[in-house]
Design a protein. Sequence first.
Length: 156
Amino acid sequence: MNYQTDAQGQLEVKQSYDANVIESGNGGLDYAILETDGPAGTDWGINVPAAFSEPAGQAITLIQHPGGSTKKIDGGTLMLLDDRRIGFDDLDAIGGSSGSGVLRTANGNVIGIFTGGSTTCDASHPNDGRSMLEYSEQSPILNALAIDAAKLVALR
C-alpha cells in the first residue's frame, strides 16, 4: 500500500501486508479476492463493489500500478460496451495495469475491473473491462458485499 511517489518524485514509505487468496476465478473470470493479515481497510479505507449497471457518461477513475511500478491515477468517462463490459477511451490505461479497479469517481464504488486496452485507443477501440455486476454473479463473496439495486431500494 502507498507505493507511490510524492510531489517531489521521491518514493513514499510503503505498507505491506501478507495476504491469503480466499476466492479465485469462478465462472471463467480471472480474478482473486485476498484477505490481508493486517487492518488494510482500516488503514487505507475500502471501495465497495457496485453490482448494477452504471450509466454511460459518468466520471471514472483508474488507479493502477502498471507492471508493478508506482501508482498512476487517471480519470475519464464511462462507456458501456454491453451489459457486462465497460469501456473508456479518454484515460491513460498503461500496459501492465490489468486487474485494476475501475472506480466511480463520485463515490469511489468499484464498478468494474480493467482487463485490456488497445494501442489505438479511441471510441472504436476503447480500453475495456468487466462490470462488477458480472463478477458479483459469479462470486459468492462479492455478491454478499456488493451494493445492488435491491439493496439500494431497501436503504431508502
